[in-house]
Design a protein around this ligand. Structure first.
Ligand code: JQB
Length: 478
């Protein structure tokens, strides 16, 4: 990623660009950072860049011309995402950092004095963002804050062992307290449970600490956490049919867009997928309005929802068609049925034996092998799965004979074994291996099998997975 910072104080940023995590990312070539001195673009003979505001008032404003020329020089006048850091912006959040981390190129515009002439902002700025409700003297610190938050999300910036996505904020709870050596310091002892070696107990203690802290310090987050836990508890009563919702909520991936009784709409922003369950067609229709416009896939728990998502929008088998609200019309007929699946889940906590010994994490070296043999999704999907580190391969005498992986929404799948190596227990070993990796993360392994794929059902049930009694429908945007 390439980031330009337009500023009157480039030296404020230079130190930051070279230090810490961000500095290392720059050295590795993952990130390139440029502090651009706006004063260098002043056409004034004294390099003046500010003037009094029309209409009066305290202080000075940065003038339009040098800011525009600096921006034009950096972007070529193109459509580069340009962030103006200002107390008048929308609050910066982790979600926004994730959004910005997807860009190839970013410009941060730092004002000083009382801000910048409105006219140049209108011609350059795409996002007005603030880091919080307090007043600073300029935009350099907010820009550094945002670059730090965005930078650490770029693949390869953090070390391999600290994945940015498995941290606090993803489960709506604050982090628990942590302790390091020595065991006693200033007469304070490290809590006994942390020295016990009992990992179940340690997890329980940490969860309890997180909950207590969050309830006290962030009641807003805690309320979200409690509502999510309540929905999980409710779905657990019909675990086999709702394992996709349960796991998406537990893993901190899905947010609740709507929940009233049996009418549930969840959204997993990372894989742009909605999960929906409705008590009746009318309830389903009401939830359509809440489907985010960018939604690519929908997992529907009732067949009558298919018609809402995939039908013409006016057919209404119950005679209620025609009165569609505009939002529902936006969704209708945009999706098509991709598959009808049963869900399978592994409810034991114990790992499974893995007979085949040579199973290992796949790298881009095996991208061709996998994408030539996995026909359901495109090459770029497979590439993303490998990049996320969730694809494993089985090898015999150094030659690859199969693979398995985790789908973007968290279910197990992408299973394949060479024709010549089938009935050798390799699929079983791959699946056992994948289940064990999933258990290690504290998750419940689950997957979807298309109705009619009896071979797969037989394997799953032999391995001790349970099958849902109802099916779900995968709907994909046309
Ligand atoms: C000038 C800034 C912030 C940039 C962010 C945040 O513009 C102003 N308006 C009112 C009072 C003070 C200023 C001074 N100022 C450029 C500039 C303040 C950013 C800023 C900010 N992002 N607080 N202050 N959260």
């Amino acid at each position: 990623m390439k980031i330009h910072v337009l500023t009157l104080f480039p030296e404020m940023l230079k130190e930051f660009f070279q230090s810490s995590m961000i500095g290392r990312a720059v050295q590795k070539g993952i990130l390139s950072l440029h502090a651009v001195d706006v004063r260098g673009y002043s056409l004034d003979k004294h390099k003046k860049v500010d003037d009094y505001p029309y209409g009066g008032g305290a202080g000075m404003l940065m003038q339009a011309q040098p800011v525009f020329d600096a921006w034009k020089d950096v972007t070529g006048g193109g459509r580069v995402r340009t962030v103006y850091v200002t107390p008048q912006g929308i609050p910066f959040t982790q979600r926004m950092a994730e959004e910005l981390a997807k860009e190839e190129e970013l410009v941060f515009l730092c004002g000083h004095y009382e801000g910048i002439d409105q006219r140049v902002l209108e011609e350059t700025v795409t996002d007005y963002v603030s880091i919080g409700d307090y007043v600073l003297t300029g935009g350099e610190l907010p820009a550094m804050v945002m670059i730090d938050a965005v930078g650490r999300l770029i693949p390869g910036v953090l070390g391999n062992d600290s994945s940015a996505e498995e941290e606090s904020f993803y489960n709506d709870l604050l982090e628990y307290p942590q302790y390091s050596r020595p065991e006693i310091w200033h007469d304070k002892k490290v809590p006994d449970v942390l020295l016990s070696g009992d990992h179940r107990k340690i997890s329980q203690w940490r969860l309890e600490q997180s909950r207590r802290r969050t309830a006290q310090i962030r009641p807003d987050l805690y309320a979200k956490y409690e509502r999510r836990q309540e929905l999980i508890g409710r779905l657990m009563k019909d675990k086999r049919n709702y394992i996709h919702m349960i796991e998406s909520l537990r893993r901190g991936r899905a947010e609740i867009l709507f929940w009233e009784g049996d009418d549930i709409l969840l959204y997993d922003r990372r894989c742009v997928t909605c999960m929906i369950s409705a008590s009746c067609r009318e309830a389903g229709r009401r939830m359509l309005d809440l489907i985010p416009g960018e939604t690519r896939s929908v997992v529907a728990s009732q067949a009558f929802l298919n018609e809402l998502f995939c039908g013409s929008g006016h057919s209404g088998a119950d005679g209620s068609g025609g009165g569609e609200v505009p939002e529902a019309a936006r969704i209708c007929s945009q999706f098509e049925i991709h598959s009808e699946c049963s869900q399978l889940l592994y409810t034991q906590k114990t790992p499974l034996p893995v007979q085949h010994k040579d199973i290992r994490l796949l790298t881009m070296d095996q991208l061709d092998y996998v994408s030539e043999r996995y026909s359901y999704d495109g090459r770029s999907y497979v590439e993303a799965r490998i990049r996320e580190g969730v694809m494993y391969g089985a090898f015999v005498e150094g030659e690859q004979v199969g693979f398995i992986g985790m789908h973007s929404e968290g279910s197990l799948g992408l299973l394949y074994v060479e024709e010549a190596y089938r009935r050798h227990g390799i699929a079983r070993s791959l699946e056992a291996y994948m289940i064990n990796r999933t258990l290690e993360k504290g998750w419940t392994p689950y997957g979807h099998v298309m109705v009619g794929n009896e071979g797969s059902f037989a394997l799953q049930e032999k391995m001790g997975l349970y099958r849902s009694d109802r099916t779900v429908w995968w709907l994909e945007r046309k």
